[in-house]
Write a protein that binds this ligand. Sequence first.
Ligand SMILES: Cc1cc2nc3c(=O)[nH]c(=O)nc-3n(C[C@H](O)[C@H](O)[C@H](O)COP(=O)(O)OP(=O)(O)OC[C@H]3O[C@@H](n4cnc5c(N)ncnc54)[C@H](O)[C@@H]3O)c2cc1C
Length: 502
Amino acid sequence: MASKIFFALSLLALGSVVTSRSIPGADSATDATKRANDVKVLILGGGIAGVIAARTLHEQGIDDFMLVEAQDQLGGRLKSITFGAPGKEVVLELGANWIQGTQDGDGPPNPILTLAQKHGLHTVYNDWDDIKTYDHTGAVDYLDVFNQSVDAYTDLTVSAGARVAKKLVDGTARTGYSLGGAKSRTAHAAASEYYQFDWSTPEESSWIASSWGNNFTYNTFGDDNLMSIDQRGFKEYIQAEADDFLDPSQLALNALVQNISYSNSGVSVVLADGETLTADYALCTFSLGVLQHDDVRFVPELPQWKEEAIQSMTMATYSKIFLQFPKKFWADNEARMALYADTERGRYPVWQSLDHAKFFLGSGIFFVTVTGDFSQRIEALSDTEVQAEVMGVVRNMFPDVDVPEPLAFHYNRWFSDPLFRGSYSNWPSSFFSEHHENLRATVDDRLWFAGEATSQKFFGFMHGAYYEGLEVATSMAKCIKGGGCVTLNHVEDVTNAHPYWI
Ligand SMILES: Cc1cc2nc3c(=O)[nH]c(=O)nc-3n(C[C@H](O)[C@H](O)[C@H](O)COP(=O)(O)OP(=O)(O)OC[C@H]3O[C@@H](n4cnc5c(N)ncnc54)[C@H](O)[C@@H]3O)c2cc1C
């Protein structure tokens, strides 16, 4: 299957708790007086990009930096939770959960795999092709339709490659599917297509960029996906990595950035507690969604070319809805994935059992993923309303079972969260390569940007965030150390190759 669908785990629960790893000596807003308020570099955001940028500066001999993070721990979109009824709790992932693409033969390893191995993360192979199909009447075998959707997705990526070779314009993935003759007119076909593609919808995604996004990752690192089931939480790999080089005095946790003022002579950052931090340079690693929602104020306002780039890419939302039942009532066979075809496309379609010998045997946990507008829809509903809808679907899938109410239920609201505003970036067909260059470009030589969204090859993925933290901080270090400073340039106007006639 299109191995790009992100599955992670969220939960709901009878008293679910976000798990937190203590960072000895890490600074907090209540302990602000210890901070060095003037440093060479402020790294804003302590997700993967921020931590790897900090490590890169350290390796380059630059230790006069401060890593500023609003949460009480590092990791960003690596977020774990303890889920389940008393005595049946399991640590699950609300955010990223899979290392997507590991290593292809002697090729380069995915850098996230390298970190996971270095820090002894417990990961398991996740076979997304091991699937059983359902619709509103129960278990129905439409694997033939499902297999056609696998072929249609391959055709889509091949036709996208051909367009690049011929320099043809981009379109939406929906256009690509339709031109390839894949029109997905039945509920079974729509659900099968969803399973292949809908980490963001075909209507909202570039035909070309969605194909290269998939190909760069899986052609570079191979087809395997490893799922973290580590009970310290997946974030352990980045927190342990930070512990290896970060001095507690270089870290400000619980530090919510409100304003970023910049000029060609430096930056100053105002935190929610009123404290001001100053630096020669700042590296902003906040998510694209945060930048789009004006959650942080830039002074002066960002230039038009930067704002156009920010508003032209899109932030997708992906939600995992976790249910825990007293015991497993679904088939105890090898099929760990389940596809549900509702009459409404995208209504609670992709299911995964975690009650399996490879994952958490005996846990009674089943979870479903939804994306895009449907994710935003459920964020606006109450947990009770969503639970009622989800249980209606479970009862459709298992008409012969007397399905009990779950012991625990949970999903995370990524889109509503002002620290994220969605799950990962998506490249729409109206987003040009120059826009992407501008998303990444430096403003006034002092304000730099990095994060998964600024990765041209690996946007959306953890390894995209990793490489951007590494590459952008390497460029910054060259500037700071003098000799060969090249800031990341922008294009003033992104123009149309063939303007419309007016
Ligand atoms: C549900 C979900 C599932 C996913 N599944 C996968 C997967 O399986 N595999 C995969 O490769 N990728 C997956 N991803 C994507 C992956 O998590 C991201 O690409 C990656 O973690 C992004 O890292 P980052 O450092 O760029 O950004 P972030 O992790 O967003 O880091 C930015 C940091 O900035 C902080 N911040 C924001 N605003 C402020 C402020 N005002 N002041 C101070 N700090 C602030 C945030 O708290 C955050 O810690 C998933 C994401 C989600 C949400």
